[in-house]
Design a protein around this ligand. Sequence first.
Ligand code: FAD
Length: 401
Amino acid sequence: MSTAQNARLRVLVVGAGYAGTTAAVRLAGRARDRVDVTVVNPRPQFVNRLRLHHVAIGRPVPAPALRDLLGAGITLVEGTVAELDPDAGRATVTEPEGVRDLAFDRVVVAAGSTTTVPVPGAEHVHAVGDLESARRLRPAFAALPADAQVSVVGGGFTGLETVAELAESRPDVAVRLVTGGDVGAWFTPDGREHVRDTLRRLGVELVDGTRVRAVERGRLVLDGGHLLASDLTVWCGGFAAPPLARRAGIAVDERGAVLTDGTLRSFSHPGVLAVGDAGHAPAPGGDRYSMSCQYAFPSAAHAADLLRAEALGLPGDDVPLDLGFTARVVSLGRRHAVLQPTTKQDVARGRAWTGRAAVLAKNVQVRGTARAAGVERRLPGAISWPHAGRAARPVRAEPAA
Ligand SMILES: Cc1cc2nc3c(=O)[nH]c(=O)nc-3n(C[C@H](O)[C@H](O)[C@H](O)COP(=O)(O)OP(=O)(O)OC[C@H]3O[C@@H](n4cnc5c(N)ncnc54)[C@H](O)[C@@H]3O)c2cc1C
């Protein structure tokens, strides 16, 4: 290798979801002569995770080739990062043809999250948190006889969207939403009512204020030992990062996400940056940013900009992320959605939008998430985001044991 080549910063990106593709494309596009970017992902297609509940009901979801999304200047390795050694700058990658080591100077952990089931009986549940799970759910859901009982557990955005899709696609089965909280409680009152009314009109039974304590074959065990028949259970009750970072000895939170400061660098290993669902950066309100696209894209773009500054020897490699939220949009089947304005700190405020405007906004969001990396490749630096006016404080959180 020549000296000039040696001077290039070798950046490994683990995972090519929304965050990983964005980080890779933006960095390669903005610092092409000074970085070597390698992306490792288990499959050669991009998964638009927002639409995995569509996979579960058999609706077509485009899966563009990652090779095309990333462009020519990035090395794409089809495989899984099985082990990371951040001190040695080495990753062990399992590929279809075998195992190999990759060397890096900096690693961007963008491995996303998967469904976690924190109660006994995980072997009895289905999920939509990753492509394989959604694909397994599809034939199981399609094979249900009329009048079968389906339970979706978890009243967060994924649970709301999933239960609506299932109920809309199979009006002949009994679909319910079971949640420990109040269905729609996150929204302002009119948004909440719209969510509840729409789900009821789709035939969804709302079982709120009660927690699922265990899942058994054919039934749920609720608070107080109450039993609820359930021929098929879809768990949307929690997500956690894959165990890769924890296994590598990187400081993580209780959900396996890398604990970072506001610059998205790991507290324990500053050569490790974490973005999207796999990263836990302190939000201005004190808590972490929620697992969402609203966080995945800006965090990835910000990490790319810091690495660019480092590679080019420019100032700005220690600037904390400044991210403000504006709205959330949740679909409730094909014909309904809620667009909920938020404060910059992601708290629902004002009047929720419903009707065609909200459905249109959701469609724009879904198309936008699939196209973002392509836009960034053609126009490096194109992705921008609203600021909160106050960057994340470098609060040091205690790593999980
Ligand atoms: C059904 C559903 C609906 C959702 N709807 C919304 C919504 O409406 N709005 C919203 O903001 N958010 C929504 N979310 C959440 C959103 O999808 C996530 O916040 C987002 O996907 C996070 O992006 P990411 O790039 O961090 O992770 P991902 O998109 O999960 O990408 C991670 C990638 O890393 C790969 N990977 C994992 N481990 C490894 C490894 N060891 N080696 C190599 N590669 C690895 C994975 O295979 C994957 O390709 C939804 C989630 C689901 C499941």
